[in-house]
Design a protein around this ligand. Structure first.
Ligand code: SF4
Length: 465
């Protein structure tokens, strides 16, 4: 598939209302809610040893979670620690070092790191010497490819041009800048006051320091947001031409995320307004020449994500879309999730548990899942759909040695209503997500999710009884 221009996307509001509920983002399959405590540190060690044995040279992707933030954004759904005490990060870095040492000691065969990402929280909460120490520990434990994509999430409120230059010196070459909305009224409603000047300084500094890709994060559906206000934000963002734009939908679920309780429900835009904002964003991004990567992501046609997608080399992992095929992902820090071969492992969520486990020289794994053959097959199918918007049944069948139509008969039957609504085109050989269905691609992917199907059947069964 060539890239889908954002301008070609069709936002069918009736279909969005019909199908768009809460659904997985499929950064993993099975999804994280299927992880369980039966998967422990020893499973992670086994997975790493199997890897050493079977595919020692397979490249690695590393993720480091830095949980600290200075202030709370009310929309936040991340695992973070709000503090102004910078002493807390010094201790965390020391323990990250222990975790890196243990994991690096278990890796054999000299694989190269192709990707490193620091996420949070706010990675730029760290002092410069802490950042340098952490990067030194990672480079000491692993061998990096000279072409490695090294990325970091930046909060422009606390970062000047000199810090961006420092990040470049440390080897960062991709940057993700949180913006959300420039409208001061919205910023006040979500407790994230961030001037345009602060944001623009960071973006300009990233360019000046040779960063290969600049990503801007926006959120629609925030309190006090209006079509006119967000239109102005979009114009300003498009004017500085980020290589990628992530446009997230705000989901108000205060029972899951405590900070959201501080959001005034009455100030949230009505569903029609939220959809109108999305429609406007798609129109403006399309007019500016961005292509639609999938889910919430847009990119310039020249950006490496768009290029990888055009070559069918796009992948999806816990960081979202990725250009790196089939890396094992080693994840460090609290709540970080890694993937090694046929297993996912998730770390403990709190600092206390993290420190306790590492004090006992144990890997801080809390839960995870071991994939069976069916999971691996479905992970592949869902990934192809999320990245390519199409599926060639014969290709998947021969890759996995299964008769596709027979194996997936219930899934294909479940897709029929979506085909009738024009979200997908389905024939005996292939499935294609239409421009009308692309914004709802996770609804399409959900039809291949065995666990969701089993949960639905169970719910129906309970109702019948
Ligand atoms: S949204 Fe980001 S910066 Fe804001 S509190 Fe959450 S993790 Fe911290």
């Amino acid at each position: 598939m060539a890239n889908a221009a954002a301008a070609d996307l069709v936002l069918d509001t009736a279909l969005v209302k019909k199908y768009d509920g809460f659904g997985p983002r499929y950064t993993s399959y099975p999804t994280a809610d299927r992880f369980h405590a039966g998967v422990r540190a020893e499973h992670y060690v086994n997975a790493l040893q199997t890897r050493n044995h079977e595919r020692p040279r397979q490249p690695l992707s590393l993720y480091v979670h830095i949980p600290f933030c200075n202030t709370i954004c009310y929309y936040c759904a991340c695992n973070k620690v709000i503090t102004k005490d910078h002493g807390r990060s010094a201790k965390y870095i020391r323990y990250l070092g222990r975790e890196i040492d243990i994991v690096a000691g278990l890796i054999e065969g000299g694989p190269k790191v192709e990707q490193l990402h620091w996420g949070g929280g706010t990675p730029t909460f760290l002092a410069r010497d802490e950042m340098a120490t952490l990067m030194g520990m990672l480079r000491g434990g692993f061998e990096f490819s000279p072409q490695a994509e090294v990325s970091i999430e930046v909060d422009p409120r606390k970062v000047g041009a000199d810090t961006i230059a420092f990040l470049a010196e440390l080897g960062f070459n991709r940057i993700s800048v949180g913006i959300q909305d420039f409208d001061p009224v919205v910023q006040e409603a979500v407790n994230r006051i961030q001037t345009e000047a602060e944001t623009m300084t960071v973006i300009a500094a990233a360019r000046a320091n040779g960063f290969v890709s600049v990503n801007a994060d926006l959120i629609y559906g925030l309190p006090r947001q209006t079509v006119a206000g967000f239109s102005t934000t979009l114009d300003k963002v498009i004017a500085v031409a980020p290589d990628r734009i992530a446009l997230y939908s705000y989901a108000h679920v205060p029972h899951l995320f405590k900070p959201q309780r501080r959001i005034d429900v009455d100030a949230l835009p009505a569903p029609e307004t939220k959809l109108a904002i999305l429609a406007l964003a798609i129109e403006k991004l399309g007019a500016a020449g961005y292509v639609y990567i999938g889910m919430d992501h847009f990119a310039k046609p020249t950006d490496e994500l768009a290029v990888a997608q055009a070559r069918r080399l796009l992948h999806r992992n816990f960081q979202g879309y990725s250009t790196k095929p089939d890396c094992d992902m080693l994840a460090f820090g609290i709540s970080a999730i890694g993937k090694v071969g046929a297993s996912y492992v998730a770390n403990v969520k709190t600092l206390d548990e993290y420190y306790q486990r590492l004090d006992a020289s144990e890997l801080p794994v809390m839960r995870g899942v071991l994939l069976d053959a069916d999971d691996l097959l479905r992970r592949n199918v869902i990934q192809k759909l999320m990245c390519n918007f199409e599926l060639d049944f014969a290709a998947v069948g021969s890759e996995f040695g299964i008769p596709f139509a027979e194996y997936f008969a219930p899934d294909l039957a479940a897709l029929q209503p979506l085909a009738a609504d024009g979200l997908v085109e389905l024939d005996a050989r292939s499935l294609r997500v239409t421009p009308r269905g692309r914004l709802l691609v996770r609804t399409v992917a959900m039809q291949f999710d065995r666990y969701l199907r089993e949960a639905q059947v169970k719910a129906q069964y309970s109702k019948v009884i």
